[in-house]
Design a protein around this ligand. Sequence first.
Ligand code: FNR
Length: 326
Amino acid sequence: MDYENKLVLAPMVRVGTLPLRLLAAQYGADITYGEEIIDHKFVKCERRINDSVGSIDFVEKGTESVVFRTCHAERNRVVFQLGTSDAVRALSAAQIVCKDVAAVDINMGCPKAFSVGGGMGAALLSKPELIHDILTTLKRNLDTPVTCKIRLLKSPQDTVELARQIEKTGVSALAVHGRKVPDRPKDPAKWNEIADVVAALSIPVIANGDVCDYGDFQRIKISTGASSVMVARGALWNASMFSPSGKLPWEDVKREYLRKSILWDNDVKSTKQTLREMIIHYSCLELPEGKGVNNSETLADLAQLYGEEKYYQFVSKNRWLMNGYR
Ligand code: FNR
């Protein structure tokens, strides 16, 4: 896995499932992260080939719910992101999936109470020994590249110091979200503090925060010195932002997203959440479209809402045929 000069789809809980990852890649993303999955949950999963959909599924034993779905087409660019607070459990989880993904990443930035309360996400930022333990355990035992994603610490010196310690564990790259733990998404990302990390490290740094248009890729690269850039919200709202030829109308991107959701039989909750995020950004959930998405219970309902019934029926009948082309 080469981390230089890459455009990267960020990890996004609930929405970063297979259809959004494939959509981003279709428009030009080189690396696509999956949503964060907690190790406690993933260690209960088993790998299954899903011949009907043409996917590789990781299914929670007992509940039969698909926790992670991937496919051969994304094998060399998909990054599996883990939420963890324990090296041994992280390794057990990573070993289940590592042969089917391009890299394994540890989330060290999530500020949500659920993560921090469980000692995961941003809670790790104040525990450099635990970070060292988790990353070196994964490095020693996996052939797959290992990376992590952090937020900025209180001072630029603290961030650089932590980044240097992370680099020493042998990780292949470090993604830096240019916000501090208490910052809100509307607070501007501090590209200058990402630049301090880039200047201090030899491994590739992936700069993240406030990139919404293709032109922003160049701006953040120049500002930070990072050669790779990661995007979350900009890509969620309109995944065609990865395209050098400019953004497509969001109506077209949304339709393409829905078709991919149908083709890959995505979890309807994930598809609804992604459509909702797009609608909130471009329109309003109180209008008929938003209400229609909220009231939909199945992918068939969504297909009907967007006039894609024929496509839905075609895929349902011909999945076995389409598998051959994937
Ligand atoms: C996120 N983010 C996030 N980060 C992470 O490491 N793991 C995750 O699962 C998630 N989930 C998530 C969901 C959603 C809906 C959003 C909007 C964000 C944070 C994300 O990867 C990124 O670091 C920030 O959003 C900053 O990038 P942008 O949005 O300014 O491009």
